[in-house]
Design a protein around this ligand. Sequence first.
Ligand SMILES: NC(=O)c1ccc[n+]([C@@H]2O[C@H](COP(=O)([O-])OP(=O)(O)OC[C@H]3O[C@@H](n4cnc5c(N)ncnc54)[C@H](O)[C@@H]3O)[C@@H](O)[C@H]2O)c1
Length: 311
Amino acid sequence: MTEAKTVFFTGGAGFIGMHVIPMLLDRGYNVRLFDNMFRGDRDKVAELASTGRVELIDQDVRYGAAVHQAMKGCESVIHFAAVSINKSQADPYESIDINMVGNHNVFAAAADHGVRRLVFASSASVYGDPRKIPMHEDDPLHPLTPYCISKRAGEDLLDFYQRRSGLSWIALRFFNVYGEGQKTTAYYTSVINHFVARLKNGQPPVIDGKGEQSMDFIHVHDIARATVLALESERDNLPVNVGTGIDTSIATLARILIDAVGADVEPQFNPRDVLVARRAADTTRAREVLGFEPTITVEEGMTNLVKRSMQ
Ligand SMILES: NC(=O)c1ccc[n+]([C@@H]2O[C@H](COP(=O)([O-])OP(=O)(O)OC[C@H]3O[C@@H](n4cnc5c(N)ncnc54)[C@H](O)[C@@H]3O)[C@@H](O)[C@H]2O)c1
C-alpha cells in the first residue's frame, strides 16, 4: 500500500465507517482501518480489502503503543472507534477506557506523527437536554453520560493538541444518524424498527403522549459526505453540527413510515405525560465551514430504508 494518501481510520468497520470508506476510495485515498472488530462487519471489510487499498489492523484503541505504531506513514486520521451511549451507562469503566483513553491515544499519536488533519466523530449528545432549538455549536454543553462526557472531553483534548503541537482537527457533532447497515440498539432506531415491525403485521404504530418529541434524523450517506468534506476543508479546529436542521416529531415519523409501508392504518396515541424533548441542528456552520448541505430528506431516506427491508 502506498503511504502518500493513506487515511488512518479507527472504528471504520462500523455502521458509518462502511459508508465513508467507499467515498474515500473514490477520492483516491487508501485506508488503514484500525478496528478491534467488536462491532465491525468482517465480510464487508474483506470485500473492501480485496481492492488492495484497504488494510485492516485488528487492534484496540486502548493500546497506545499499537495505535502509535500503526499510524506511521498515514497523512490523515478519522477517529470513530467508540462504544455506544447505552453501553456507557451500563459499564462506565469500559466506556471511559475506550472512549476517553482511546481518544487520547489517537490524538497524541496524530500530534506526534504530524498528520495533516484529524476528523473526530463527536455527537449532538454533548448538548444534553437543549434549552432551545436549533442547537448551535456555541450553546452551553451539558453532557449527561460517560459517552457524552468523553465526546466533549475529546473536543477539549483536540484543542490541547492543536495548541501544543499544531494538530489540525474538526469534531463533527453527528445528530440522529439512520440508514442501511445500522444496528438496532440506538433509542430512535428501535422506535423506527418497532413501528415498521407493527406496520408489516397490519398493526398501527403506538405513540406515547402526542408524539411531539422530535429528533433531527440525518441519513448516513450525508454523514459520510460531511466526514470526507471535513477531511479536506480549509477551516479547522472547531466543532461542527451535522444534521438537517429539521426536527421530525415521532408522530410525523409514524406518518412517514405508514406511507412508506403503504399500510391502511392510523397511529394510535397512548395518553400519558411524556417529557417532550426536541432536537434540531443549527446547520449554518456546516454550510460555511464544510460547504455541507444534506441531500436526502427524512421522507426519502426512511422510505428507501423500509422498501429495502421489505425486499
Ligand atoms: N450512529 C449514530 O447515530 C452516531 C451519532 C453520533 C455520534 N456517533 C459516533 O460516530 C462514530 C461511529 O458510529 P457508528 O454508528 O458507526 O458506530 P459503530 O458501533 O457501528 O462503529 C464503531 C466501530 O468502532 C469499533 N470499536 C469499538 N471499540 C473499539 C476499540 N476499543 N478499539 C478499536 N475499535 C473499536 C467497533 O468494532 C466498530 O467497528 C462513533 O464514534 C459514534 O460515537 C454515531
